[in-house]
Ligand binder design. Structure first.
Ligand SMILES: *[C@@H]1O[C@H](CO)[C@@H](O)[C@H](O)[C@H]1NC(C)=O
Ligand SMILES: *[C@@H]1O[C@H](CO)[C@@H](O)[C@H](O)[C@H]1NC(C)=O
Length: 354
């Protein structure tokens, strides 16, 4: 009995993993860069420029203030940089900089498309990959779309050592890559070795919502992880009973031009986040919901059918990559984001190593 139960559990787990691999449990899509600028309508609304550099993707109604009372991403956007064209949400994360060990100058590490999507032929300019996932385990696959105005952040920018953060990690592409997101070969910190194909950061957001608050003072306590793990099952606690689609970002940092052996000696590595974190532990992500009507719900409900799996989701409207790339907006406070050499991080954050 015991062994047969175990065997059944193993088979079910295997089946769940296989389904995940063939995309039965999520949609994913590329979003090109809308703008790279110092703006953060979630953490520092109204502040221009905000303290550190972000790359922002999604609807072009993105602004320094995005109160749900005065701005509706769906009606106020005229385009989106994401391939699913009913999605005017905004997704943003901190930029990564190379800090020259020779002279202390900074240069921005470009972001690149996730080559696995669309058979590697995805047309995408920078940006990131967005996932919306339903339960990876359990039997209840139902998720409930977030409400207009919903927003959240995850991660802790103040961390400089491994902390109690769920679902945030770095993968060394082309040098000991793992499998599932944030598996044991991925690291909370920046990899201290050369990553020939770049560094991928994964940011997995909570999957359970209190069902009431569109935001909270820390931008986190209105949502929670189910069961304390990253990739979630179908159960949510009574405090946060609504199982929302679980959002995950994959950001590919194109480190190739900086992959020199002398930068990676004695456990050192040369990269630093725009907010001064030279460890990587402080990585975090920001999210602002902006899907048209019930489009996200339609996509999630179609998962597991031939109408929706992974990047192929005919249940949703999509646009060619070139149209997503064409959706950009100027910086609100123009400045060099670090395409050339800078003497300090934009905003002047002090670099900390511990
Ligand atoms: C930002 O919002 C303000 C106030 O609504 C508006 O005047 C301005 O045009 C917006 N800026 C951008 C770049 O969309
Ligand atoms: C600083 O060092 C980098 C190499 O690490 C070099 O490419 C760059 O030209 C140097 N910049 C200045 C201002 O000297």
């Amino acid at each position: 009995m015991f062994w047969s139960t175990l065997a059944t559990t193993a088979i079910l787990a295997h089946r769940a993993a296989a389904q995940a691999a063939n995309g039965g449990d999520f949609i994913r899509f590329g979003c090109s860069q809308l703008v790279v600028e110092r703006a953060d309508p979630l953490v520092t609304p109204g502040m221009a420029p905000s303290p550190h550099m972000h790359q922002i993707v999604g609807g072009n109604s993105f602004n320094i203030t995005m109160s749900p009372k005065s701005l509706d991403p769906v009606t106020d956007s005229s385009c989106t940089s994401c391939t699913f064209s009913e999605d005017f949400s905004n997704y943003w994360t901190a930029s990564v900089y190379f800090k020259s060990p020779e002279n202390g100058s900074y240069k921005r590490v470009p972001q690149m498309a996730n080559g696995r999507l669309d058979g590697g032929k995805l047309e995408q300019d920078g940006g990131l990959t967005v996932y919306y996932m339903r339960a990876f385990s359990g039997t209840n696959k139902k998720t409930t779309q977030m409400k207009p105005g919903f927003r959240m952040m995850t991660g802790d920018p103040s961390l400089r050592k491994k902390g109690k953060v769920t679902g945030i990690c770095h993968r060394c592409m082309g040098n000991g890559e793992g499998g599932a997101p944030c598996d044991s070969r991925d690291t909370s910190e920046f990899p201290a070795k050369i990553c020939p194909n770049g560094i991928r950061a994964t940011i997995i957001f909570p999957s359970c919502w209190d069902g009431v608050n569109l935001d909270s003072p820390d931008h986190m306590s209105h949502v929670t992880y189910s069961g304390g793990t990253g990739l979630a099952g179908d159960k949510c606690p009574s405090t946060h009973p609504v199982r929302i689609p679980q959002v995950m970002y994959e950001i590919m940092y194109d480190t190739k031009q900086f992959n020199k052996a002398e930068y990676f000696k004695n456990g050192k590595q040369p990269f630093v986040y725009s907010f001064g974190d030279a460890t990587g532990h402080g990585q975090h992500g920001d999210y602002l919901f902006g899907w048209k009507d019930n489009a996200l719900q339609r996509g999630m409900d179609a998962l597991g059918t031939n109408q929706c799996a992974s990047e192929s989701c005919p249940a949703l409207k999509s646009q060619p990559g070139k149209d997503a790339i064409a959706c950009t907006k100027p910086q609100q406070v123009p400045e060099d984001v670090g395409n050339g050499w800078l003497t300090e991080l934009p905003g002047g954050a002090a670099v900390t190593y511990a």
